[in-house]
Design a protein around this ligand. Sequence first.
Ligand SMILES: [Zn+2]
Length: 625
Amino acid sequence: MGRRTTNKLLLTGGKIGLAPAAPIGVTDALAHANRTAMAADPLDILHATFGFSDFRGVQQAVVDRVMAGRGTLAVMPTGAGKSLCYQLPALARHGTAVVVSPLIALMHDQVRSAEGFGIKAATLTSADDDRAETMRRFRAGELDLLYVAPERASGESFRSLLRFTPLALFAIDEAHCVSEWGHDFRPDYRLLRPLLDAFPDVPRLALTATADAHTRADILQQLGIPDDGLIVAGFDRPNIRYTISPRDGLAAQLKTFIADQPGAGIVYAPTRDATDKIAAQIASSGRPVRAYHAGLDAGVRARNQRDFVASEDMVMVATIAFGMGIDKPDVRFVAHAAMPKSVEAYYQETGRAGRDGEPAVAQLFWGAEDFARAQRRITELDEARQKGERARLSALSHLVETAECRRAVLLRYFGEQPAARCGNCDNCLSPPATVDATEVARKLLSAAFRTEMRFGVGHLADVLAGRETDKVIGSGHNRLSVFGIADEEELKLIRPVARALIARDALRADEYGGLSFGPAARPILKGEESVGLILPPKRERRRRSRDAEEHPHDPLFEALRAKRREIAVERGVPPYVIFHDSTLREMAGLHPTTMAGLAQVTGVGQAKRDAYGEAFLGVLRNWQG
Ligand SMILES: [Zn+2]
């Protein structure tokens, strides 16, 4: 206990005139009394506690503002080190940081990670039976971080609790929940303002991974943060490889994809049934797998999530109900079995891969049905919302149909000006062939029109091919001007063209597959717009797994991982809470054999050195490489 409770004093010790060794064993009350309003140097804490030599990206700008006591909204992509932006000022400033967070599971994960760094953190939620003890610790000034849900934070009794203890800052995580424009609106976030205003001297820091301009403005206003407090990090996640392919035998596609991915990953499925089905298919290949959807018992869901978080090679098949509440940095892939609901959702869901900065893959499988279903859903909305929703869908169709760099399309969507090619997406790595399919598209549209816009693509192909099927003869379609007008080569393109036309809303499919015109049909028929078609490169012989490409096999790294697994099981924590892969890889490269040498490795802070240093040094010293 001594190590953890004295962490802050050890760090501030030099500045307030205590010998670093003195506070060991000092009572918490004395520790509290000894804290002064003088802040510790954030850079010292960055080295000592987190084991990093430098801030990354906008972290320093955010921390500087909070240290100066100013209101801030940080928009940072997942994986950019968002939590450090409030954890570090919580240690450096006098008092406890109150962290408002929307999900209990997420809070518990974050407390576990914070404790891994020797930070004193606790949650105050309905799921905790140690609430009395947590309140005691808070009143005694023993906590660096106190996590609460917005429902509790906005209540009167919580506000009175806060009156008794100095506060370092308010951190409002997932701050887009405050905005009705955001995709996860939580009304209780709107009630936080009086709490923040009741403590005008305590800096407020709002954090979110995704917020468009509209949502950002809303967050600033709702939480009373000045306009100059907005700090936006770039959206790029360079370690994520984006790949997108049409669905064509999904089970086999997924099987091949997953076999190439040795690490833990998530497969997003559109429905509960699909989730169970895909999980069963993956299980039959022998890979550890769990399912997660709202139809499962809460206990089963919690257990599956726990298993996944602790695992290094498990696949989680889930509906989008899964994700916001998990904090697992070593997710190596995210695969979508169907289209996400928007580009924002795609970015957020794929963003759960590779949060540790190591290489990760985002694979999307899409089909015309996804667009057809989305179009039908839009027609059920009120008139006012339809336009916006169509624009969202059209942005998705551009992303999946483009022959350009996927990352460039994605980043431009978020208002950035990226380089034309990234070198780490499917289209950059193996540029697809494009063909001009305008003529085929016009023939297909004509066939739909002549047959009164109620037949599916199979029948239209029969008509265009001149096949005298019973259905063609029976409906008299062999007498139409479009009968038999497509040649062999054109017929091969009918299905991909139909898919492209549905994606761009030139054709709309009813629930039986019957195709009718959408607004984009006329310009194509009139010759005002062309239809280019992407031909995915033929699948070359199976590439070696990416992991093997980027990280040649290193037996010392494997030995360190084995040690990590052993400690993780022993302590009942996920492996990444001990050290990230990148830290182990650097450790294997530098091969330190002393505590001082170990301290040079990125990600090895004081608490982790004390807790695990000897164990890992044991492996390093005995290594005969
Ligand atoms: Zn690219």
